[in-house]
Design a protein around this ligand. Structure first.
Ligand code: SAM
Ligand code: SF4
Ligand code: SF4
Length: 424
């Protein structure tokens, strides 16, 4: 380099260096803004993806009041059912008022377009008893064209207009529970095995190739021998997967299954059931046992997992509307077995932020992942509640009376963490 130029550069260095740094910073900022705008443009094409990115960020920073919506929401469309599974906690005689979610509300829920998975089922009750199920599916599809529409049903009313509407769904779980007439009769009252088989056949004919269909069963002792025939059934209809659920025993009264039907503590039975994975694979059927995928399948119902962020995500990622036995609409975020006790009026879930960011939800978000002594009562109970063991509830009651005197219990030893609150 020319010695005169070098001398000049040395003299000018104190000015040039900060100027160069400023230019780099400006370039980088411009590049980030351009990237973000392109990203936003892309995300506007796919609102659920955009929402999930924001949700992840809000979960990471532990925000209590959210801009994002939950990536997974569910609506139990009814508080009653057209059959009685002897393992289900739905007890029709406790349903004081049969109530349906108003079909007209769904077209008004514009926020649904941000949700990745919309379940048109949940809690106890079957959504296909809703006479306007088809209208609800059409409305949700219109407001949320990019979302996945999901349903779990006993399949008894999956015919006619309901079957047509099911053509819009992306994922259908039929809680078949038995693959033979004898097991069906032992586990299910008031249904019809033949009708169910006819409906499965209809579904196999009408479903879109991209829609996933799973057959599920609750592993009660009487159902163990039906797992293999269930895989066979799924293969025959070219359905995607069989799911075997753990059975959470319900109080053994009024025709409910006796506790002797619970097999959760019998590893030999589970080994036998898991051992059918090879058979499922050979038949081209996905196979999930107690949430573990043992034979591959292309579609799951989602567990929202934010990798690298520890603790429970439910108060950020999930929102469920259900209808209680006396007809009240309730909001929840998980199925821990302890209720949020948050009753919500129609307008609180149509204008969703009112329920989503209400005082109790903010309190739960602030405290869900805190150490024991600063955790809210519901999540404190969740850490201790062993749903598969009824005996433990009494122990829980004793423990709570010593350390958490605010927690009340029902006569049946069910804990009540929060007083009922209404969001209008
Ligand atoms: C409560 S149901 C509600 C939706 C619909 N009625 C159905 O049966 O699919 C949701 C799922 O929970 C399962 N289930 C019911 N009672 C259960 C229990 N005690 N333990 C484990 N799973 C249960 C059902 O078989 C069903 O697949
Ligand atoms: S079909 Fe579903 S809601 Fe109805 S009794 Fe069975 S598990 Fe319960
Ligand atoms: S009770 Fe609390 S900790 Fe348990 S799943 Fe629900 S939100 Fe998470």
């Amino acid at each position: 380099m020319d010695s005169r130029l070098k001398a000049w550069l040395d003299r000018a260095a104190p000015v040039l260096r900060p100027a160069r740094r400023a230019a780099w910073a400006a370039c980088d900022t411009l590049r980030s803004i351009a990237g973000l705008s392109l990203g936003s443009f892309r995300y506007l094409q796919d609102p659920p993806k955009w929402n999930e990115a924001l949700n992840r960020l809000e979960r990471r920073f532990g925000r209590a009041r959210l801009w994002s919506y939950p990536p997974v929401v569910g609506f139990a469309l009814s508080n009653y059912c057209n059959q009685r599974c002897r393992f289900c906690s739905l007890d029709l005689k406790n349903v004081q008022r049969r109530v349906l979610l108003p079909a007209g509300s769904f077209a008004r829920m514009k926020w649904l377009r941000f949700v990745r998975e919309i379940w048109l089922s949940g809690a106890a009750g079957d959504s296909l008893v809703h006479p306007e199920f088809a209208r609800i599916v059409a409305a949700v599809r219109r407001v949320a064209p990019k979302s996945r529409l999901m349903l779990s049903t006993n399949g008894l009313a999956l015919k006619g207009a309901n079957l047509e509407a099911a053509g819009e769904l992306d994922y259908i779980n039929v809680s078949t529970n038995a693959a033979t007439e004898a097991t069906y009769a032992a586990l299910i009252k008031g249904g019809s095995f033949r009708q169910l088989m006819a409906n499965l056949e209809g579904l196999a004919r009408r479903k879109r190739p991209s829609a996933a269909v799973h057959l599920s069963m609750v592993l009660a002792r009487s159902a163990v021998d039906d797992v293999r025939p269930m895989i066979e059934l799924a293969a025959r209809f070219r359905f995607d997967a069989v799911e075997v659920y753990r059975y959470f025993p319900i109080p053994p009264e009024d025709g409910a299954l006796p506790l002797s039907e619970a097999v959760n503590d019998e590893p030999a039975i589970w080994d036998r059931v898991r051992g059918l994975a090879g058979y499922a694979r050979a038949r081209g059927v996905g196979y999930l046992v107690a949430g573990e995928q043992l034979a591959p399948c292309r579609s799951f119902n989602t567990l929202v997992q934010y990798r690298g962020i520890r603790g429970c995500h439910a108060p950020w990622s999930n929102g469920h509307i259900s209808i209680g036995p006396s007809g009240e609409t309730a909001f929840s975020v998980c199925c821990s077995g302890v209720s949020l006790n948050l009753s919500v009026g129609d307008s609180a879930y149509v204008d969703f932020r009112r329920a989503w960011n209400c005082r109790r939800m903010q309190e739960v978000r602030r405290t869900v992942n805190r150490p024991d002594d600063r955790q809210n009562d519901m999540c404190w109970l969740c850490r201790r509640l062993e749903r598969a063991n009824f005996g433990s509830k009494r122990e829980l009651r004793e423990l709570a009376s010593r350390v958490r005197p605010d927690i009340r219990f029902t006569e049946g030893d069910d804990p009540i963490a929060f007083a009922t609150e209404k969001v209008a």
